[in-house]
Design a protein around this ligand. Structure first.
Ligand code: PRP
Ligand code: URA
Length: 208
């Protein structure tokens, strides 16, 4: 099984609780997704390699460090979109490739409708962004697309997972680290995470 990280940070746990509330309207919901994504990114990048970078301060030379990998962000449409800008705020040089997947309501299997990957791999680390890991079908399909494309290292960043989704993604792609804010109790009979937060796309974009 891949490594699964569930943040215990008090700010994450507090903000995630507000995010889940039925009363939280789309504007506030988007702000919370923004803030939570930055906290998750912080934890998911603790192991990034650094290269030496010699600079001059106004007073003296300094042996500094710079991030040693090129990073690609892969938001799964629609709900992953809200995680892009907060991460670009912190890593402005990251590339962004949109991957359109939706779950067929009958089968719960992911259907791909959009793929904007460039022809050649030009990053070292891909971060898949999607707030919800339910059955795990969408995330596992996204990883398969990235692997076929030739991605070297892949991490999944999400907010809430069902145990079933964590297992499905880990079983299918054990080398992919999974970073989450919570693992909930279960999936219900129509594939929603319980207690969860409802439909993450609808709640961000007011389409529910
Ligand atoms: C949601 C969510 C994930 C997927 C998770 O997207 O954002 O992409 O479901 O479910 P899974 O783990 O069972 O595959 P949805 O299909 O609702 O599409 P949308 O964001 O366009 O509404
Ligand atoms: N997608 C969502 O947006 N929410 C869920 O609970 C499951 C899948």
């Amino acid at each position: 099984m891949g490594k699964v990280y569930v943040s215990q940070h008090p700010l994450i746990q507090h903000k995630l609780t507000v995010l889940r509330r039925r009363e939280t309207e789309p504007k506030k919901f988007r702000e919370l997704v923004h803030e939570l994504s930055q906290f998750l990114l912080y934890e998911a990048t603790l192991d990034l390699p650094l290269h030496p970078w010699q600079i001059e301060t106004p007073l003296a030379p300094y042996d500094g460090r710079q991030i040693g990998v090129r990073i690609g962000l892969v938001p799964i449409l629609r709900a992953g979109l809200g995680m892009v800008d907060p991460i670009l705020d912190l890593i402005p040089t990251a590339h962004v490739w949109h991957l359109g997947l939706y779950r067929d309501h009958e089968t719960l299997r992911p259907v791909t409708y959009y793929n904007k990957l460039p022809p050649h791999v030009d990053v070292d680390l891909c971060l898949i962004l999607d707030p919800m890991l339910a059955t795990g079908g969408s995330a596992a399909a996204a990883v398969s697309v990235l692997k076929e494309w030739g991605a070297a290292q892949i991490k999944f960043l999400g907010l809430i997972a069902a145990p079933e989704g964590v297992k499905a993604l880990s079983d299918a792609h054990p080398e992919v680290d999974i970073h989450l804010a919570a693992i909930d109790e279960r999936l219900n009979e129509i594939g929603y995470i319980v207690p969860g937060l409802g439909d993450a796309g609808d709640r961000q974009f007011g389409t529910g």
